[in-house]
Design a protein around this ligand. Structure first.
Ligand SMILES: Cc1cc2nc3c(=O)[nH]c(=O)nc-3n(C[C@H](O)[C@H](O)[C@H](O)COP(=O)(O)OP(=O)(O)OC[C@H]3O[C@@H](n4cnc5c(N)ncnc54)[C@H](O)[C@@H]3O)c2cc1C
Length: 359
C-alpha cells in the first residue's frame, strides 16, 4: 500500500474542484487499514475518509492523510429467519448503483428506488441515503466498521446505527472514529415495489403493482431528466438538507407563505406525503429547494459556480470553479434564506476541511 504525496483530489470528487491531499493512500484490503492508520498516528496526521467523493466539497487542500476506501466484494447467504429473504454483505468500496443493478439481476429486491445514487456502499449509511420513498435504513441489517479509538473491528445492528433523515450515528458520536468496512442488507426474493413517492406515482404508466425492474427504470429515467450528471457538470446532488421544523413554526410560515410545501415525517426518517401543518402534531419537513427558489437563487451564477437552473438545491461547478467559491455561494444562500424565512439551512454535503464555526 503506497502513499502518494501531494495527490490531486480533483478527479476523486464529483464537484471536480481543485484540491490536493498532503498524503493519499488507497485501501484495497481490510488488513491494510490498521497499518495505514498507525502510520498516520505515528506522524501525527489527521485522517479523512473518502469514498466516491459525491457528497464532499473540498474548499482547500486537505492536510494529513486521505484514505480512499476501495474494498471490493459481495457475498450472500440465505436468511435463517426468513426463507423469502437473502442477506447480502457488501464491501465498502463497491459502487452503490452497480450494487443496485446486481441485486436486481439476481432477483433480490428492495434497493430499486435507490438506483443511480452516486458513490460507494461504505458512505451510504453515513447519511442514510434515500430517494423516491425508500432509504438505506429500510433494508440494512448491520454494519462492520473499524473503530479507530479501540483499534478493533466492531459491528452495529440497524437500530444501533440511529438512522434518521440523512443522518446516522456515523455523523454524530462515531464521526471521525468509525471507518465502515461492509454493510449487510436483507433483501426480498419476492418482488415488492414501493410506489408511494409522488414523482414516481406520476411517472407515465406507474401503478402500485409495478415490477422492481419497472421501478428501477422509472427512477433512472426521472433522475436522468431532473439531475445534472456529475460527469458533465460538477455537483454533489442536494447541497442542503430539507429543514425539519416544528409544526408551530411551520404554521407561522404558512401564514405568510400559504403555498409553502410541507411534508409529514411519519417514521424516524422520511415521508413524501404533503400535509397541512395544522394537521401535524410533530415536526415537519419543508423543501430546501422551495426556500432557495423563493429567495431568488435558482439559476444564479457567480463566475464559474452557481445554483442549477432547474434544481435550486444543487450547486454546480460550471468548469474552473473552486471549492471556496462554492462555499462562499452556499454561505450567501444560507444567510439569504435565514433572512427571508428565519430558517437555517444545514449542508447535506460534507465540507472538507471543516470550516471553523460551520457553514
Ligand atoms: C448527482 C447526485 C445525486 C445524488 N442523489 C442523492 C440521493 O438521491 N439521495 C442521497 O441520499 N444522496 C444523494 N447524493 C449524495 C451522495 O451520492 C451520497 O451521499 C453517497 O452516499 C456518497 O457516497 P460517496 O462514496 O461518494 O461518499 P463521499 O463523498 O466520498 O463521502 C461522504 C462522507 O462519507 C464519509 N465516508 C465515505 N466512505 C466512508 C467509509 N467507508 N466509512 C466511514 N465514512 C465514510 C466521508 O468521510 C464523508 O464524510 C447524490 C449525489 C450526486 C452527485
Amino acid at each position: 500500500m503506497a502513499w502518494q504525496a501531494d495527490a490531486d483530489l480533483a478527479p476523486l470528487t464529483t464537484f471536480a474542484v481543485p484540491a490536493r491531499a498532503q498524503w493519499l493512500c488507497r485501501i484495497d484490503q481490510e488488513d491494510e487499514l490498521p497499518a495505514a492508520l498507525q502510520q498516520a498516528d505515528d506522524r501525527d496526521l489527521t485522517v479523512t475518509i473518502l469514498g466516491g467523493g459525491s457528497n464532499m466539497l473540498l474548499h482547500a487542500d486537505v492536510p494529513g492523510l486521505v484514505v480512499r476506501m476501495q474494498l471490493a466484494g459481495i457475498r450472500h447467504q440465505a436468511d435463517p429467519a426468513d426463507t423469502d429473504a437473502v442477506l447480502v454483505t457488501v464491501a465498502a468500496g463497491e459502487n452503490w448503483h452497480q450494487l443496485v443493478e446486481y441485486c436486481l439481476r439476481q432477483g433480490w429486491y428492495g434497493l430499486e428506488n435507490l438506483a443511480l445514487i452516486p458513490g460507494s456502499v461504505g458512505a451510504a449509511p453515513v447519511q442514510n441515503i434515500g430517494a423516491y420513498g425508500v432509504e438505506l435504513a429500510d433494508t440494512l441489517v448491520s454494519i462492520r466498521y473499524f473503530d479507530t479509538q479501540t483499534v478493533q473491528v466492531r459491528e452495529l445492528d440497524r437500530d444501533e446505527c440511529q438512522f434518521a433523515y440523512r443522518d446516522s450515528i456515523f455523523k454524530r458520536t462515531l464521526k471521525n472514529t468509525a471507518i465502515i468496512l461492509s454493510c449487510t442488507f436483507r433483501l426480498s426474493r419476492t418482488p415488492r415495489a414501493v410506489v408511494t413517492y409522488p414523482a414516481l406515482l406520476q411517472y407515465p404508466g406507474a401503478s402500485a403493482d409495478m415490477s422492481p425492474q419497472q421501478v428501477f427504470d422509472a427512477v433512472c429515467a426521472i433522475r436522468r431528466s431532473k439531475l445534472p450528471d456529475p460527469a458533465k457538470l460538477g455537483n454533489a446532488g442536494s447541497f442542503f438538507r430539507n429543514p425539519v421544523i416544528s409544526a408551530d413554526a411551520c404554521a407561522a410560515l404558512q401564514q405568510r407563505w400559504p403555498d409553502i410545501p410541507v411534508f409529514a415525517i411519519t417514521s424516524a426518517t422520511t415521508s413524501a406525503t404533503t400535509t397541512s401543518a395544522t394537521a401535524a402534531t410533530t415536526d415537519v419537513k419543508i423543501p430546501a429547494a422551495w426556500l432557495i427558489d423563493q429567495a431568488g437563487w435558482k439559476g444564479v451564477r457567480r463566475g464559474a459556480v452557481g445554483v442549477h437552473g432547474q434544481q435550486a438545491l444543487v450547486l454546480v461547478n460550471y468548469g474552473g470553479g473552486t471549492g471556496q467559491q462554492i462555499l462562499d455561494l452556499a454561505t450567501e444562500i444560507v444567510s439569504s434564506v435565514q433572512h427571508t424565512f428565519g430558517v437555517r439551512l444545514q449542508p447535506e454535503v460534507c465540507i472538507v476541511p471543516a470550516p471553523p464555526g460551520g457553514l
